[in-house]
Design a protein around this ligand. Structure first.
Ligand code: TYD
Length: 198
């Protein structure tokens, strides 16, 4: 199975991806835990171009191309070989992030995002969990965390609110694949909700 986690910055999805990978390993499955942007050496190099610097560093169109290039490398070098070897892949973000982030940055980009996806990626996860959390709580966590990888967090609460709406719309668009998970409470409680949904 190919499972992805999605949500706004600071929603806790990275923790949930790790907890699910740990739980599946404890059951004896071979799990590859990976992330986007990144997840392969080449894609990790592209990641640095994307997550560092100012919010205006790239145009939305250029960003779409960079995310798609990183995803293509991730798919070729990490995801497809792992699935072919019978492993379970758990990815912290995948194509839904591009649909929502680049679509929220400029709504009319969704057509470009979809065409690039069809041309270069053409793969969806079997299940996607959106960790749903109140944007002010998530933004406060992001500020507490600090660091240099804050290009999107620096775009502010209004942007995070638009993203949260984008992820909810996505769950309506792909009801068979995408599950909204209540992200409030302790990490173990959220993890139990993910397991129940899976
Ligand atoms: P991520 O490492 O998941 O950050 P965090 O752990 O803070 O959630 O992703 C880095 C940033 O890149 C994040 O703000 C979301 C953004 N992003 C996009 O805009 N489009 C994409 O396709 C992906 C994969 C990420």
């Amino acid at each position: 199975m190919f499972i992805s986690f999605e949500g706004i910055d600071g929603c806790g999805k990275s923790t949930q991806a790790r907890l699910l990978a740990d739980a599946l390993r404890a059951e004896g499955r071979h799990v590859v835990l990976t992330r986007e942007p990144g997840g392969s050496p080449g894609a990790e190099e592209i990641r640095r171009l994307l997550v560092e610097g100012t919010g205006e560093r790239w145009s939305p169109e250029t960003e779409c191309l960079l995310f798609t290039a990183a995803r293509r490398d991730h798919l070729e070098r990490t995801i497809r070989p792992a699935l072919a070897a019978g492993r379970t892949v758990v990815s912290d973000r995948f194509a839904d992030s591009t649909r929502v982030y680049q679509g929220a940055a400029r709504g009319d980009l969704r057509g470009i995002v979809d065409r690039l996806h069809a041309l270069m990626i053409g793969t969806e996860p079997d299940r996607t969990f959106v960790i749903d959390i109140d944007p002010p709580t998530a933004v406060a966590r992001g500020h507490a965390r600090g660091g240099i990888e804050n290009r999107y967090e620096s775009l502010g609460l209004g942007f995070q609110q638009a993203l949260a709406g984008g992820f909810r719309a996505l769950a309506r668009e792909y009801p068979a694949r995408v599950r909204m998970i209540d992200g409030s409470g302790a990490p173990e409680d959220v993890a139990a909700r993910v397991r129940a949904a899976l």
